[in-house]
Design a protein around this ligand. Structure first.
Ligand SMILES: CC(C)(COP(=O)(O)OP(=O)(O)OC[C@H]1O[C@@H](n2cnc3c(N)ncnc32)[C@H](O)[C@@H]1OP(=O)(O)O)[C@@H](O)C(=O)NCCC(=O)NCCS
Length: 165
């Protein structure tokens, strides 16, 4: 079965999405569209091409406020100015009915590629993720994200380490 990633729009059935985490379901159902139309974040959904209204998973990307250099892992902060521009992968979730099939990895790679493409055009040195708990943080660590020393549920990857484009 072929799958595609699309910008969230009104054809997508947000109401039936269930990733097992109420807060993430509610965010997709009630906030994602509003934030998108206000330019606060963009949400991308993974759909099966044969049932393109059903959301298999989603993620949201946004510009991050400037990050003070001293909050970064020391090895990533060398030779950088005091405040660093970057992006936030704010949320990523897969429907429980589709978990464990590689879709989370597919969406994470898609988000990293998209952030890299934007940074190739306008700069932005890091992609940050805000993990909701330790299990989520472990998922991102599995893909090479590094926790901030004083805030281990925030993880970071340098754009220079993202090889997709
Ligand atoms: C976390 C989540 C996105 C993973 O999605 P998934 O589609 O089940 O994961 P995948 O099948 O793509 O797994 C890809 C890889 O990550 C690993 N992985 C999955 N969850 C993991 C976890 N919590 N910790 C460490 N590794 C994990 C898998 O073992 C797999 O490894 P491999 O490629 O070496 O075989 C999904 O479980 C989910 O939506 N959870 C609820 C919401 C959530 O926690 N979101 C996270 C951020 S807020």
């Amino acid at each position: 079965m072929a799958h595609s990633v699309a910008l969230l729009d009104q054809t997508h059935d947000v109401k039936s999405f269930d990733c097992g985490t109420e807060k993430l379901n509610t965010w997709l159902q009630t906030i994602a569209g509003q934030h998108q139309s206000k330019g606060l974040s963009k949400t991308f959904v993974l759909v099966d091409d044969e049932a393109p209204t059903i959301i298999v998973g989603f993620y949201a990307l946004a510009i991050r406020r400037m990050t003070p250099k001293e909050t970064l892992p020391a090895e990533l902060a060398r030779k950088l100015p005091s405040n660093i521009p970057g992006y936030t992968l704010a949320r990523l979730a897969i429907a429980t009915s589709s978990a464990g099939q590689g879709f989370g990895a597919d969406l994470l790679v898609d988000a990293m590629r998209r952030a890299k493409q934007v940074s190739n055009q306008v700069g932005g040195a890091f992609l940050f993720v805000d993990a909701k708990d330790e299990t989520a943080a472990d998922f991102y660590s599995h893909f090479g994200f590094v926790p901030l020393p004083d805030d281990p549920l925030t993880l970071v990857m340098p754009m220079s380490a993202i090889e997709y484009d």
